[in-house]
Design a protein around this ligand. Sequence first.
Ligand SMILES: Cc1cc2nc3c(=O)[nH]c(=O)nc-3n(C[C@H](O)[C@H](O)[C@H](O)COP(=O)(O)OP(=O)(O)OC[C@H]3O[C@@H](n4cnc5c(N)ncnc54)[C@H](O)[C@@H]3O)c2cc1C
Length: 422
Amino acid sequence: MSVEEIDTLVVGGGQAGIAMSEHLSKGGVPHLVLERGRVAERWRSERWDSLVTNGPAWHDRFPGMEFESESSDAFVSKEKVADYFAAYAEMIAAPLRLGVEVLEVQKIGGRLGFLVRTSAGLFQASNVIAATGAFQRPVIPALVPDNSGHMQIHSSGYRNPDQLPSGAVLVVGAGSSGTQIADELARAGRQVYLSVGPHDRPPRAYRQRDCCWWLGVLGKWDSPAKEPGAEHVTIAVSGARGGNTIDFRQLAAQGITLVGRTQSYQGGVIAFNADLPENIARGDSYYRSFLDEADAYVARNGIDLPEDPDARRIEPDPKCLTDPILELNLSDNGVNSIVWATGFAADYSWLKVDACDNRGNPIHQRGVSTEQGIYFLGLPWQMRRGSSFIWGVWQDAKQIADHIVTKRNYFAYRVPSADERR
Ligand SMILES: Cc1cc2nc3c(=O)[nH]c(=O)nc-3n(C[C@H](O)[C@H](O)[C@H](O)COP(=O)(O)OP(=O)(O)OC[C@H]3O[C@@H](n4cnc5c(N)ncnc54)[C@H](O)[C@@H]3O)c2cc1C
Protein backbone atom coordinates (compact mmCIF):
# COMPACT_ATOMS: atom_id res chain seq x y z
CA MET A 1 0.00 0.00 0.00
CA SER A 2 1.38 3.44 -0.85
CA VAL A 3 2.27 5.87 1.92
CA GLU A 4 2.12 9.62 1.34
CA GLU A 5 4.94 11.48 3.05
CA ILE A 6 4.51 14.95 4.51
CA ASP A 7 6.45 16.90 7.11
CA THR A 8 3.50 17.92 9.27
CA LEU A 9 -0.07 16.67 9.47
CA VAL A 10 -2.75 18.77 11.10
CA VAL A 11 -5.75 16.72 12.25
CA GLY A 12 -8.93 18.80 12.19
CA GLY A 13 -9.99 21.68 9.96
CA GLY A 14 -11.76 23.82 12.50
CA GLN A 15 -10.50 27.24 13.54
CA ALA A 16 -7.48 25.62 15.24
CA GLY A 17 -6.47 23.67 12.13
CA ILE A 18 -6.89 26.71 9.86
CA ALA A 19 -4.84 28.93 12.19
CA MET A 20 -2.18 26.22 12.36
CA SER A 21 -2.03 26.02 8.57
CA GLU A 22 -1.54 29.77 8.26
CA HIS A 23 1.42 29.79 10.64
CA LEU A 24 2.99 26.63 9.20
CA SER A 25 2.81 28.16 5.72
CA LYS A 26 4.43 31.36 6.99
CA GLY A 27 7.20 29.22 8.53
CA GLY A 28 7.72 27.31 5.27
CA VAL A 29 6.64 23.98 6.79
CA PRO A 30 5.16 21.54 4.23
CA HIS A 31 1.90 20.31 5.69
CA LEU A 32 -1.59 18.96 5.12
CA VAL A 33 -4.79 19.55 7.07
CA LEU A 34 -7.02 16.47 7.28
CA GLU A 35 -10.65 17.13 8.16
CA ARG A 36 -13.26 14.41 8.36
CA GLY A 37 -16.14 16.74 7.48
CA ARG A 38 -16.16 20.26 6.07
CA VAL A 39 -14.15 23.27 7.24
CA ALA A 40 -15.37 24.29 10.72
CA GLU A 41 -17.78 21.36 10.70
CA ARG A 42 -18.66 21.77 14.37
CA TRP A 43 -19.76 25.36 13.87
CA ARG A 44 -21.68 24.23 10.80
CA SER A 45 -23.55 21.18 12.10
CA GLU A 46 -22.87 20.46 15.75
CA ARG A 47 -24.42 23.50 17.42
CA TRP A 48 -28.00 24.60 17.97
CA ASP A 49 -29.77 26.53 15.19
CA SER A 50 -29.92 29.95 16.83
CA LEU A 51 -26.36 29.97 18.22
CA VAL A 52 -24.37 33.15 17.77
CA THR A 53 -20.85 33.84 18.98
CA ASN A 54 -20.31 34.77 22.59
CA GLY A 55 -17.99 37.57 21.58
CA PRO A 56 -18.58 40.45 19.14
CA ALA A 57 -17.39 40.29 15.53
CA TRP A 58 -14.51 42.70 16.12
CA HIS A 59 -13.14 40.29 18.73
CA ASP A 60 -14.06 36.72 17.76
CA ARG A 61 -12.05 36.55 14.55
CA PHE A 62 -8.53 36.04 13.23
CA PRO A 63 -6.35 39.13 12.69
CA GLY A 64 -6.14 38.60 8.93
CA MET A 65 -9.81 39.02 8.02
CA GLU A 66 -12.95 40.76 9.24
CA PHE A 67 -16.49 39.41 9.07
CA GLU A 68 -18.04 40.62 5.86
CA SER A 69 -21.36 42.48 6.14
CA GLU A 70 -21.42 42.38 9.93
CA SER A 71 -21.38 45.34 12.25
CA SER A 72 -18.22 45.03 14.31
CA ASP A 73 -20.33 44.84 17.49
CA ALA A 74 -22.62 42.09 16.12
CA PHE A 75 -22.69 38.58 17.53
CA VAL A 76 -22.25 36.43 14.44
CA SER A 77 -24.43 33.41 13.64
CA LYS A 78 -22.82 29.97 13.67
CA GLU A 79 -23.34 29.59 9.89
CA LYS A 80 -21.51 32.83 9.22
CA VAL A 81 -18.69 31.72 11.52
CA ALA A 82 -18.35 28.51 9.50
CA ASP A 83 -18.45 30.52 6.24
CA TYR A 84 -15.79 32.84 7.65
CA PHE A 85 -13.38 29.98 8.31
CA ALA A 86 -14.06 28.43 4.91
CA ALA A 87 -13.26 31.81 3.29
CA TYR A 88 -10.20 32.20 5.49
CA ALA A 89 -8.90 28.76 4.48
CA GLU A 90 -9.31 29.77 0.85
CA MET A 91 -7.59 33.11 1.40
CA ILE A 92 -4.50 31.46 2.89
CA ALA A 93 -4.69 28.56 0.39
CA ALA A 94 -4.67 26.05 3.23
CA PRO A 95 -3.69 22.60 1.91
CA LEU A 96 -6.89 20.89 3.02
CA ARG A 97 -8.11 17.37 2.44
CA LEU A 98 -11.78 17.29 3.40
CA GLY A 99 -13.76 14.16 4.19
CA VAL A 100 -10.66 12.40 5.49
CA GLU A 101 -10.83 10.94 8.98
CA VAL A 102 -7.69 10.14 10.90
CA LEU A 103 -8.20 6.71 12.40
CA GLU A 104 -4.87 6.02 14.06
CA VAL A 105 -1.50 7.64 14.67
CA GLN A 106 1.39 5.38 15.63
CA LYS A 107 5.04 6.04 16.33
CA ILE A 108 7.30 4.47 13.72
CA GLY A 109 9.60 2.06 15.56
CA GLY A 110 13.30 2.95 15.77
CA ARG A 111 13.11 6.33 14.05
CA LEU A 112 11.46 9.72 14.30
CA GLY A 113 8.01 10.17 12.85
CA PHE A 114 4.56 8.69 12.72
CA LEU A 115 2.49 6.41 10.58
CA VAL A 116 -1.00 7.82 10.19
CA ARG A 117 -3.87 5.61 9.10
CA THR A 118 -6.79 7.52 7.62
CA SER A 119 -10.02 6.82 5.76
CA ALA A 120 -8.09 7.86 2.61
CA GLY A 121 -4.95 5.78 3.08
CA LEU A 122 -1.63 5.96 4.91
CA PHE A 123 0.53 8.98 5.62
CA GLN A 124 3.95 9.32 7.16
CA ALA A 125 4.70 12.53 9.05
CA SER A 126 7.42 13.94 11.27
CA ASN A 127 4.86 15.98 13.21
CA VAL A 128 1.19 15.49 13.96
CA ILE A 129 -0.88 18.31 15.43
CA ALA A 130 -4.12 17.27 17.11
CA ALA A 131 -6.46 20.17 16.35
CA THR A 132 -9.63 18.20 16.96
CA GLY A 133 -11.15 20.66 19.38
CA ALA A 134 -11.71 21.13 23.06
CA PHE A 135 -15.29 19.96 22.82
CA GLN A 136 -15.12 16.45 21.42
CA ARG A 137 -17.15 13.92 23.36
CA PRO A 138 -20.41 15.05 24.98
CA VAL A 139 -20.50 14.23 28.68
CA ILE A 140 -23.79 13.15 30.27
CA PRO A 141 -23.61 12.14 33.94
CA ALA A 142 -24.89 8.60 34.47
CA LEU A 143 -27.92 9.62 36.53
CA VAL A 144 -31.11 9.00 34.59
CA PRO A 145 -31.39 5.59 32.91
CA ASP A 146 -31.99 5.51 29.16
CA ASN A 147 -35.28 3.66 29.69
CA SER A 148 -36.68 6.27 32.10
CA GLY A 149 -39.22 7.33 29.49
CA HIS A 150 -37.87 10.88 29.29
CA MET A 151 -36.15 12.11 26.17
CA GLN A 152 -32.55 12.95 27.03
CA ILE A 153 -30.17 14.86 24.80
CA HIS A 154 -26.86 16.61 25.22
CA SER A 155 -26.59 20.31 24.37
CA SER A 156 -24.50 19.33 21.32
CA GLY A 157 -27.54 17.42 20.01
CA TYR A 158 -30.06 20.19 20.80
CA ARG A 159 -31.20 22.18 17.76
CA ASN A 160 -34.42 24.05 18.62
CA PRO A 161 -37.50 23.81 20.89
CA ASP A 162 -39.58 21.91 18.29
CA GLN A 163 -37.19 19.00 18.51
CA LEU A 164 -38.32 18.22 22.06
CA PRO A 165 -41.58 16.47 22.91
CA SER A 166 -44.25 18.83 24.24
CA GLY A 167 -44.20 19.53 27.94
CA ALA A 168 -41.76 20.90 30.47
CA VAL A 169 -37.98 20.57 30.12
CA LEU A 170 -35.22 20.15 32.67
CA VAL A 171 -32.00 21.80 31.50
CA VAL A 172 -29.01 20.62 33.50
CA GLY A 173 -26.03 22.96 33.53
CA ALA A 174 -26.05 26.74 33.54
CA GLY A 175 -22.94 27.69 31.64
CA SER A 176 -23.19 29.52 28.34
CA SER A 177 -24.99 26.63 26.60
CA GLY A 178 -27.46 25.69 29.33
CA THR A 179 -28.56 29.25 30.06
CA GLN A 180 -29.05 30.07 26.37
CA ILE A 181 -30.99 26.88 25.70
CA ALA A 182 -33.17 27.36 28.81
CA ASP A 183 -33.89 30.94 27.76
CA GLU A 184 -34.82 29.87 24.22
CA LEU A 185 -37.14 27.13 25.51
CA ALA A 186 -38.84 29.50 27.94
CA ARG A 187 -39.36 32.06 25.16
CA ALA A 188 -40.93 29.28 23.09
CA GLY A 189 -43.50 28.84 25.85
CA ARG A 190 -42.01 25.84 27.61
CA GLN A 191 -42.02 25.39 31.35
CA VAL A 192 -38.30 25.13 32.16
CA TYR A 193 -36.35 23.95 35.19
CA LEU A 194 -32.71 25.09 35.08
CA SER A 195 -30.20 23.25 37.25
CA VAL A 196 -27.53 25.76 38.24
CA GLY A 197 -24.03 24.84 39.46
CA PRO A 198 -21.05 27.05 40.30
CA HIS A 199 -20.46 29.61 37.57
CA ASP A 200 -18.74 32.87 36.74
CA ARG A 201 -21.02 35.50 35.30
CA PRO A 202 -19.36 38.49 33.63
CA PRO A 203 -21.41 41.51 32.59
CA ARG A 204 -22.11 41.44 28.86
CA ALA A 205 -20.97 45.05 28.74
CA TYR A 206 -20.00 47.70 31.27
CA ARG A 207 -19.29 51.39 30.84
CA GLN A 208 -19.90 51.07 27.08
CA ARG A 209 -17.36 48.30 26.59
CA ASP A 210 -18.07 44.61 25.93
CA CYS A 211 -16.76 42.09 28.44
CA CYS A 212 -14.32 40.79 25.77
CA TRP A 213 -12.76 44.26 25.75
CA TRP A 214 -12.52 44.28 29.54
CA LEU A 215 -11.01 40.79 29.62
CA GLY A 216 -8.42 42.10 27.18
CA VAL A 217 -7.44 45.34 28.89
CA LEU A 218 -7.50 43.73 32.34
CA GLY A 219 -5.10 41.07 31.02
CA LYS A 220 -7.50 38.23 31.82
CA TRP A 221 -7.44 36.56 28.41
CA ASP A 222 -3.76 35.94 29.11
CA SER A 223 -4.27 34.39 32.56
CA PRO A 224 -2.18 31.22 32.48
CA ALA A 225 -4.54 28.99 34.50
CA LYS A 226 -7.86 28.97 36.28
CA GLU A 227 -7.68 30.14 39.85
CA PRO A 228 -7.21 27.21 42.28
CA GLY A 229 -10.63 25.90 43.30
CA ALA A 230 -12.29 27.22 40.13
CA GLU A 231 -11.38 24.23 37.93
CA HIS A 232 -15.00 23.05 37.68
CA VAL A 233 -16.60 26.46 37.47
CA THR A 234 -18.31 27.22 34.18
CA ILE A 235 -18.80 30.62 32.59
CA ALA A 236 -22.22 31.97 31.71
CA VAL A 237 -22.12 34.43 28.84
CA SER A 238 -24.27 34.95 25.76
CA GLY A 239 -24.45 36.96 22.56
CA ALA A 240 -28.06 35.91 21.89
CA ARG A 241 -30.58 38.62 20.94
CA GLY A 242 -27.90 41.27 20.54
CA GLY A 243 -26.06 40.29 23.73
CA ASN A 244 -27.29 40.54 27.31
CA THR A 245 -25.78 39.73 30.66
CA ILE A 246 -26.84 36.32 31.92
CA ASP A 247 -29.03 37.27 34.86
CA PHE A 248 -30.56 34.32 36.71
CA ARG A 249 -33.11 36.51 38.48
CA GLN A 250 -34.24 37.75 35.07
CA LEU A 251 -34.51 34.15 33.83
CA ALA A 252 -36.66 33.36 36.88
CA ALA A 253 -38.82 36.41 36.13
CA GLN A 254 -39.41 34.91 32.66
CA GLY A 255 -40.86 31.85 34.39
CA ILE A 256 -37.81 29.59 34.55
CA THR A 257 -37.57 27.64 37.82
CA LEU A 258 -34.00 27.68 39.08
CA VAL A 259 -32.82 24.60 40.99
CA GLY A 260 -29.47 23.53 42.46
CA ARG A 261 -27.06 21.01 41.01
CA THR A 262 -28.67 17.79 39.84
CA GLN A 263 -27.69 15.14 42.33
CA SER A 264 -29.54 11.87 41.78
CA TYR A 265 -32.52 10.18 40.21
CA GLN A 266 -34.74 7.51 41.64
CA GLY A 267 -38.17 6.28 40.65
CA GLY A 268 -38.90 9.22 38.40
CA VAL A 269 -37.79 11.80 40.97
CA ILE A 270 -34.74 14.03 40.50
CA ALA A 271 -33.02 15.32 43.63
CA PHE A 272 -31.15 18.63 43.56
CA ASN A 273 -28.40 19.86 45.88
CA ALA A 274 -29.29 22.63 48.29
CA ASP A 275 -26.51 24.73 46.74
CA LEU A 276 -28.59 27.06 44.53
CA PRO A 277 -28.28 30.19 46.75
CA GLU A 278 -24.55 29.58 47.14
CA ASN A 279 -24.04 29.11 43.39
CA ILE A 280 -26.01 32.26 42.54
CA ALA A 281 -24.10 34.21 45.22
CA ARG A 282 -20.82 33.04 43.74
CA GLY A 283 -21.86 34.24 40.28
CA ASP A 284 -22.99 37.58 41.74
CA SER A 285 -19.72 37.99 43.53
CA TYR A 286 -17.75 37.33 40.31
CA TYR A 287 -19.99 39.84 38.54
CA ARG A 288 -19.46 42.55 41.16
CA SER A 289 -15.72 42.04 41.37
CA PHE A 290 -15.55 42.28 37.56
CA LEU A 291 -17.22 45.71 37.79
CA ASP A 292 -14.92 46.72 40.66
CA GLU A 293 -11.82 45.76 38.69
CA ALA A 294 -13.10 47.66 35.66
CA ASP A 295 -13.79 50.76 37.80
CA ALA A 296 -10.36 50.55 39.39
CA TYR A 297 -8.75 50.28 35.95
CA VAL A 298 -10.67 53.34 34.70
CA ALA A 299 -9.72 55.37 37.77
CA ARG A 300 -6.07 54.32 37.77
CA ASN A 301 -5.56 55.03 34.08
CA GLY A 302 -7.78 58.08 33.70
CA ILE A 303 -9.88 56.48 30.97
CA ASP A 304 -12.86 58.45 29.77
CA LEU A 305 -15.75 56.00 30.00
CA PRO A 306 -19.19 56.95 31.31
CA GLU A 307 -20.28 55.59 34.68
CA ASP A 308 -22.86 52.78 34.61
CA PRO A 309 -24.68 52.65 37.97
CA ASP A 310 -27.53 50.54 36.52
CA ALA A 311 -25.12 47.65 36.08
CA ARG A 312 -24.87 47.34 39.85
CA ARG A 313 -28.60 46.93 40.39
CA ILE A 314 -29.50 43.37 41.34
CA GLU A 315 -33.20 42.50 41.39
CA PRO A 316 -34.75 40.90 44.50
CA ASP A 317 -34.38 37.15 44.82
CA PRO A 318 -37.24 35.14 43.29
CA LYS A 319 -39.07 32.50 45.35
CA CYS A 320 -37.28 29.62 43.59
CA LEU A 321 -34.05 31.08 44.95
CA THR A 322 -35.14 31.87 48.51
CA ASP A 323 -36.96 28.56 48.87
CA PRO A 324 -35.44 26.22 46.27
CA ILE A 325 -37.11 22.94 45.43
CA LEU A 326 -34.94 19.98 46.26
CA GLU A 327 -36.92 17.26 44.49
CA LEU A 328 -38.82 17.14 41.23
CA ASN A 329 -41.13 14.32 40.22
CA LEU A 330 -40.66 14.52 36.46
CA SER A 331 -43.95 12.96 35.35
CA ASP A 332 -46.07 14.77 37.94
CA ASN A 333 -44.63 18.06 36.69
CA GLY A 334 -44.98 17.26 33.00
CA VAL A 335 -41.23 17.09 32.39
CA ASN A 336 -40.82 15.00 29.26
CA SER A 337 -37.30 15.90 28.29
CA ILE A 338 -33.91 16.61 29.79
CA VAL A 339 -31.21 18.65 28.06
CA TRP A 340 -27.80 17.91 29.52
CA ALA A 341 -25.63 21.02 29.06
CA THR A 342 -22.93 19.32 31.06
CA GLY A 343 -19.87 19.83 28.94
CA PHE A 344 -17.48 17.76 26.90
CA ALA A 345 -14.48 15.48 27.35
CA ALA A 346 -11.40 14.85 25.26
CA ASP A 347 -11.25 11.90 22.86
CA TYR A 348 -7.80 11.10 21.59
CA SER A 349 -8.44 7.38 21.23
CA TRP A 350 -6.98 7.57 17.69
CA LEU A 351 -3.67 8.88 19.05
CA LYS A 352 -1.78 5.66 19.90
CA VAL A 353 1.35 7.41 21.13
CA ASP A 354 2.87 8.39 24.44
CA ALA A 355 1.08 11.73 24.73
CA CYS A 356 -1.94 11.09 26.95
CA ASP A 357 -2.38 10.01 30.55
CA ASN A 358 -4.26 6.89 31.59
CA ARG A 359 -7.55 8.85 31.50
CA GLY A 360 -6.90 9.84 27.91
CA ASN A 361 -6.08 13.47 28.62
CA PRO A 362 -3.17 15.14 26.80
CA ILE A 363 0.15 15.42 28.63
CA HIS A 364 1.78 18.53 27.28
CA GLN A 365 3.44 21.82 28.02
CA ARG A 366 1.83 24.65 26.12
CA GLY A 367 0.72 22.18 23.45
CA VAL A 368 4.07 20.40 23.09
CA SER A 369 3.43 16.82 24.13
CA THR A 370 5.56 14.23 25.85
CA GLU A 371 5.93 12.38 22.53
CA GLN A 372 8.32 14.33 20.35
CA GLY A 373 6.52 15.45 17.20
CA ILE A 374 3.01 15.31 18.66
CA TYR A 375 1.32 18.63 19.41
CA PHE A 376 -2.08 19.70 20.73
CA LEU A 377 -3.93 22.86 19.82
CA GLY A 378 -7.16 24.47 20.98
CA LEU A 379 -7.25 22.91 24.44
CA PRO A 380 -8.88 24.91 27.24
CA TRP A 381 -6.20 26.89 29.04
CA GLN A 382 -3.51 25.40 26.80
CA MET A 383 -1.41 28.53 27.10
CA ARG A 384 -3.90 30.99 28.54
CA ARG A 385 -7.61 31.63 29.08
CA GLY A 386 -8.05 32.52 25.41
CA SER A 387 -6.58 29.25 24.10
CA SER A 388 -9.82 27.49 23.14
CA PHE A 389 -11.43 30.60 21.66
CA ILE A 390 -11.23 31.97 18.14
CA TRP A 391 -8.76 34.78 18.62
CA GLY A 392 -6.69 32.87 21.22
CA VAL A 393 -6.11 29.74 19.19
CA TRP A 394 -4.58 31.84 16.41
CA GLN A 395 -1.96 33.13 18.85
CA ASP A 396 -1.26 29.66 20.23
CA ALA A 397 -0.92 28.17 16.74
CA LYS A 398 1.87 30.67 16.06
CA GLN A 399 3.85 29.35 19.01
CA ILE A 400 3.39 25.72 17.97
CA ALA A 401 4.52 26.62 14.44
CA ASP A 402 7.60 28.39 15.86
CA HIS A 403 8.41 25.25 17.84
CA ILE A 404 8.21 23.10 14.71
CA VAL A 405 10.28 25.55 12.65
CA THR A 406 12.97 25.60 15.34
CA LYS A 407 13.01 21.81 15.53
CA ARG A 408 13.28 21.58 11.74
CA ASN A 409 16.28 23.90 11.92
CA TYR A 410 18.00 21.52 14.35
CA PHE A 411 17.39 18.59 12.04
CA ALA A 412 18.56 20.62 9.04
CA TYR A 413 21.93 21.05 10.69
CA ARG A 414 24.76 19.41 8.76
CA VAL A 415 28.38 19.25 9.81
CA PRO A 416 30.20 21.67 7.49
CA SER A 417 32.45 19.91 5.00
CA ALA A 418 36.20 20.36 5.25
CA ASP A 419 36.00 22.82 2.33
CA GLU A 420 33.30 24.85 4.04
CA ARG A 421 35.27 24.95 7.29
CA ARG A 422 38.32 26.31 5.58
C1 LIG B 1 -21.72 25.91 22.13
C2 LIG B 1 -20.37 26.52 21.93
C3 LIG B 1 -20.26 27.86 21.62
C4 LIG B 1 -19.03 28.45 21.44
N1 LIG B 1 -18.96 29.78 21.15
C5 LIG B 1 -17.76 30.37 21.00
C6 LIG B 1 -17.66 31.76 20.69
O1 LIG B 1 -18.64 32.44 20.58
N2 LIG B 1 -16.43 32.31 20.51
C7 LIG B 1 -15.30 31.56 20.62
O2 LIG B 1 -14.20 32.11 20.43
N3 LIG B 1 -15.37 30.26 20.93
C8 LIG B 1 -16.55 29.64 21.11
N4 LIG B 1 -16.61 28.31 21.42
C9 LIG B 1 -15.36 27.58 21.67
C10 LIG B 1 -14.59 27.21 20.39
O3 LIG B 1 -14.35 28.37 19.65
C11 LIG B 1 -15.34 26.22 19.52
O4 LIG B 1 -15.58 25.05 20.24
C12 LIG B 1 -14.55 25.84 18.26
O5 LIG B 1 -15.35 25.00 17.47
C13 LIG B 1 -13.25 25.12 18.57
O6 LIG B 1 -12.50 25.07 17.37
P1 LIG B 1 -11.38 23.98 17.12
O7 LIG B 1 -10.87 24.15 15.76
O8 LIG B 1 -10.42 23.98 18.25
O9 LIG B 1 -12.19 22.62 17.22
P2 LIG B 1 -13.47 22.12 16.37
O10 LIG B 1 -14.28 23.23 15.87
O11 LIG B 1 -14.08 21.10 17.23
O12 LIG B 1 -12.73 21.49 15.12
C14 LIG B 1 -12.12 20.23 15.15
C15 LIG B 1 -12.32 19.60 13.80
O13 LIG B 1 -11.66 18.35 13.82
C16 LIG B 1 -12.40 17.43 13.06
N5 LIG B 1 -12.01 16.11 13.53
C17 LIG B 1 -12.19 15.57 14.76
N6 LIG B 1 -11.64 14.34 14.82
C18 LIG B 1 -11.08 14.11 13.60
C19 LIG B 1 -10.34 13.02 13.04
N7 LIG B 1 -10.08 11.93 13.76
N8 LIG B 1 -9.93 13.12 11.76
C20 LIG B 1 -10.19 14.24 11.03
N9 LIG B 1 -10.87 15.29 11.50
C21 LIG B 1 -11.31 15.23 12.77
C22 LIG B 1 -13.86 17.79 13.37
O14 LIG B 1 -14.72 17.38 12.33
C23 LIG B 1 -13.79 19.31 13.48
O15 LIG B 1 -14.10 19.97 12.29
C24 LIG B 1 -17.84 27.67 21.58
C25 LIG B 1 -17.94 26.31 21.90
C26 LIG B 1 -19.19 25.74 22.07
C27 LIG B 1 -19.27 24.26 22.42
